[in-house]
Design a protein around this ligand. Structure first.
Ligand SMILES: *Cc1c(COP(=O)(O)O)cnc(C)c1O
Length: 400
């Protein structure tokens, strides 16, 4: 039961929640009545080390004792260290830190403006984005988001965005013209329902962008930081974009966003051109450095790949077993979706009541986003819960 003060004092921009979560350890969380759940939501791909990882707690506590915030007016050693580590993982370039995914995408859009306004005699303002993508809720990021589900009521939004279907290289080719400054896509569409950008699509898109001097921008806010079995999702295809947005998993639960800008455009933002009060604080960067430590020390990227294959194989078994319910498994690593033939919201509620937290997504999908260090027994347990709910559901609702 949640407090009646919830709806009295909080704006209802989220559907009224059914439970109150108060504590977490590893893959498990507990509500205020002491009920235990397996957390395959991870705050939407955020708590990638699970809850209360000892190394993360240690780093953040130590840093809180030293210095929490001092502003980017000063050099911050934890920030410099984090930037260097991210460059080593992504490619030659530089970093700007911020506080969220939407804010990181705003940075990419502003980079596209600066570059588009500088090129040639004719400024280039158009940005090509994918249908069914999601880039955040701020006005710029929302303008880059196609779905009416997010846009309705907030128009007019920013002009100059072209929406074309993901993986349709002809459509991108056609949309990119002499007024286009940038292309922005997710390597795996998260909110849209776990739809992967295909390797050959990203490779051809990168070639088109290079040939026409158009920025290729990747939104890795959800797919990034090890979740797909690569450090960033696009790395599977072997391309290197001009700039990348990251956030969700980067701080392991502490808010931090980042944009990596490749060498070619790394000095586009001059002094005073962009900034943030909180972004890249000592505390936020110590949290992100702790996440990278654990990913490296516990070999979490390789483990994510293996456990992802294990979970995917189990999910695939539901398709022949429950043909009236399940019809597709999408995604890779530990960014997986089981697509249903009906709106998944009732099933998501039933799974929660049975002790498994998952989150819906577009395309009638149930998303499975466990921590990257999830145990195989925990995957088995989650699969058992899904199996039980599906068999009851098929008996009661589909057959009646
Ligand atoms: C969640 C998400 C965002 C927005 O991030 P916020 O931190 O909620 O602002 C942007 N892009 C993608 C791909 C996301 O999944």
């Amino acid at each position: 039961m949640i407090s009646s003060d919830h709806s009295k004092f909080l704006v209802g921009n989220y559907a009224q929640p059914a439970i109150e979560i108060v504590r977490g350890k590893g893959t498990k969380v507990w509500d205020s009545e002491g009920k235990e759940y397996l957390d395959f939501t991870t705050g939407i791909a955020v708590t990638n080390l699970g809850h209360s990882h000892p190394h993360w707690i240690h780093s953040v506590t130590d840093q809180a004792n030293e210095m929490v915030h001092c502003s980017n007016l000063f050099s911050i050693p934890e920030q410099v260290r984090l930037a260097k580590r991210l460059v080593e993982k992504i490619g030659p370039g530089k970093l700007i830190f911020c506080n969220s995914g939407a804010e990181a995408n705003e940075g990419l859009l502003k980079l596209a403006r600066l570059v588009g306004n500088k090129q040639g005699t004719q400024p280039k303002h158009k940005i090509v984005v994918a249908d069914n993508g999601f880039h955040g809720r701020t006005l710029g990021a929302l303008s880059a988001t196609a779905s009416p589900k997010y846009r309705t009521g907030f128009e007019p939004l920013l002009p100059f965005f072209d929406f074309v279907p993901l993986n349709d290289i002809q459509a991108f080719d056609k949309a990119i013209d002499s007024e286009t400054s940038a292309v922005l896509v997710e390597s795996i569409q998260g909110e849209g329902g776990i739809y992967e950008a295909e390797d050959h699509f990203l490779q051809e898109l990168a070639a088109i962008c290079t040939a026409r001097k158009v920025l290729l921008l990747l939104d890795e806010v959800q797919a990034g930081i090890g979740r797909t079995g690569e450090f960033l999702g696009f790395q599977k295809s072997g391309i290197l974009p001009h700039a990348v947005a990251m956030a969700k998993g980067l701080g392991g639960g502490f808010p931090i966003g980042a944009i990596w800008i490749g060498e070619q455009y790394a000095d586009t933002f001059g002094a005073g051109s962009h900034g943030t009060t909180f972004g890249g604080s000592p505390l936020a960067c110590s949290a992100a450095n702790a996440v990278l430590d654990v990913i490296e020390e516990e070999d979490l990227i390789a483990k994510t790949k293996r456990k992802g294959e294990y979970l995917k194989e189990k999910l695939l078994q539901f398709i022949p077993k429950y043909p009236a319910l399940a019809h597709e498994v999408r995604g890779r690593g530990l960014m997986l979706a089981l697509a249903l033939k009906l709106d998944p919201s009732t099933i998501v509620q039933q799974l929660r009541d049975s002790g498994l937290l998952v989150v819906g997504a577009g395309g009638y999908a149930i998303r499975f986003l466990p921590p990257l260090n999830v145990q195989e027994e925990e995957i088995d347990h989650a699969i058992h819960i899904v199996d039980t709910i599906f068999s009851n559901f098929e008996l009661n609702e589909v057959s009646s």
